[in-house]
Design a protein around this ligand. Structure first.
Ligand SMILES: *Cc1c(COP(=O)(O)O)cnc(C)c1O
Length: 486
């Protein structure tokens, strides 16, 4: 079969075909109506596809071969930290003692799981310089919301009702979205021409109505904020909280700590920095770390230790309550724990050093072919611009990203951050070899050359993928997401 023509599994359905046949039961069968009230029963059986076992296996195996993944190749998606995730962490998450534990199991029978959460909290505090961590938020954006809710509660406790949250113009879109969801007015502060927060502008927008400044460091340009200590003074001077979007901690691990830079609160993305596979829509985990000033407001329950015993503490009068069922996505915590323990402090530091080295190496290889709006030593990632190719040859960043698919790579993040025209945001991560980086740089060089010599080839890419260039406007305005039987 041509992998381009995998039919829907419903189209392969043949009435009466089954994957498995069971022998007739040798005990009396109780009719469903006697167990479930009739109102709840379907009138017709659901229209599941009727297929044989080999058809099911082949169908999904073919589909999987049309996909792209970190396990298949280089995935330089900036701001997403698509590092290779060691399989041993999967083994740990699947240990029956963890994977078969019921979330309502009594504490005495869940001591191992509680201990893991307690120890992981200590590890993340050590890494970040925070005092406490909650694991409930299911993702980075959810962590941002949780943190802002804690900030609002702390301000209310002080008898204050502030109305604004400040975010830089380079921020991830989730920052303003979370602030708006929490009921705050979003105020945008500009970046200066070195890619730092524009301090003059920050002074202008700060006042006593600002609840928090949400900062990403290193920011989404991959640059370390050079005025972080000055920013800390300004923000705290107005009694506001300093929030770190710590989705991408890869450049900081073991080198510098947000807590020491003056941040009061932050979120981690365990599914980026700490080795949980992501990209397919989760599950992830976006733990929130706080300094002691915000600890009273943490979601319940917290995990506490008393001698050798671990327990869940629901008795926290100032808590913002629960923000997710149970304790968060537990299996993600197991992976992060295994990852951190396997690497140790030295290993984590090496992760950061190698991530930064790889990014700067790749940047050096690519610099001759693309514009670089902020020409500084980068941290875990860097942002190029395709504006030269657009202006001179009418080839956009989108075209070049599509062309990369023909060379067998996942495309980088494009058109983000918004402050860079025709942005190409590349994050190689620490898990790639020099050979991979060289090969990727060569593909990028060839695309830059094609843009000049054969622009139509790039504009009409991709040519080798199962699905060619999509009409993205049509897909956004008129999504057709459902197959109906004819
Ligand atoms: C990924 C990311 C987020 C959001 O994290 P999710 O887990 O996708 O919600 C926020 N900020 C930055 C800088 C990120 O890279």
């Amino acid at each position: 079969m041509n992998p381009r023509e995998v039919p829907l599994i419903f189209e392969e359905s043949v009435p009466g075909r089954v994957a498995t046949r069971f022998p007739d039961p040798d005990v009396p069968v109780v009719p469903l109506e006697e167990i479930i009230p009739k109102d709840y029963l379907r009138e017709r059986p659901p229209e599941f596809p009727e297929v044989s076992e080999p058809e099911v296996v082949r169908h999904f195996t073919w589909l999987s071969r049309r996909n792209y993944a970190v396990d298949l190749g280089f995935y330089p998606l900036g701001s997403c930290t698509m590092k290779y995730n060691p399989k041993i962490n999967e083994d740990a998450a699947r240990l029956p003692g963890f994977s078969r534990l019921h979330p309502y199991a009594p504490e005495e029978l869940a001591q191992g799981a509680l201990r893991l959460m307690w120890e992981l909290e200590q590890l993340l505090c050590e890494i970040s310089g925070m005092d406490r961590v909650t694991f409930q938020p299911a993702a980075g954006a959810h962590g941002e919301l949780t943190a802002l809710m804690m900030i609002r509660a702390a301000l209310e406790d002080r008898g204050e009702r502030r109305t604004k949250v400040v975010v830089p113009d380079s921020a991830h879109g989730t920052n303003p979205a979370s602030a708006a969801m929490c009921g705050y007015q979003v105020v945008v502060v500009r970046s200066d021409d070195r890619g730092n927060v524009d301090i003059q502008h920050l002074r202008q927008v700060m006042d006593e109505q600002v609840a928090a400044f949400m900062l990403t460091n290193p920011n989404t340009l991959g640059l370390f904020e050079e005025h972080i200590l000055e920013i800390e003074e300004i923000v705290h001077g107005y009694g506001a909280f300093l929030y770190l979007d710590g989705a991408n901690l890869n450049a900081m691990l073991g080198i510098t700590r947000p807590g020491d830079q003056g941040f009061d609160v932050m979120h981690f993305n365990l599914h980026k920095t700490f080795s949980t596979p992501h990209g397919g829509g989760g599950p992830g985990a976006g733990p929130v770390g706080v300094k002691n000033v915000l600890a009273p407001y943490l979601p319940v329950p917290t995990v506490e230790r008393e001698g050798e015993r671990f327990y869940l503490n629901y008795n926290r009068p100032k808590t913002i309550g629960k923000i997710r069922a149970f304790y968060g996505n537990f299996a993600v915590l197991v992976r992060a724990y295994a990852y951190i323990r396997a690497l140790g402090g030295e290993g984590l530091r090496q992760v950061a050093e190698t991530a930064v080295l790889n990014a700067n190496y790749l940047l050096t290889l690519l610099r001759p072919y693309f514009d670089l709006p902020y020409n500084r030593l980068c941290k875990h990632e860097f942002v190029l611009s395709g504006r030269r190719q657009k202006k001179e040859y009418g080839v956009t960043t989108r075209d070049m990203a599509k062309r990369l698919l023909d060379y067998g790579y996942h495309a980088p993040t494009i058109y983000f951050p918004l402050i860079v025209e025709e942005a190409i945001m590349i994050e190689p991560t620490e898990t790639e070899t020099r050979k991979t980086l060289d090969a990727f740089a060569e593909a990028m060089r060839r695309i830059a050359e094609e843009a000049a010599t054969n622009p139509e080839l790039v504009r009409s890419a991709p040519h080798t993928t199962p699905v060619k260039r999509l009409d993205e406007v049509q897909a956004a305005r008129n999504p057709n997401l459902r197959w109906r039987p004819t």
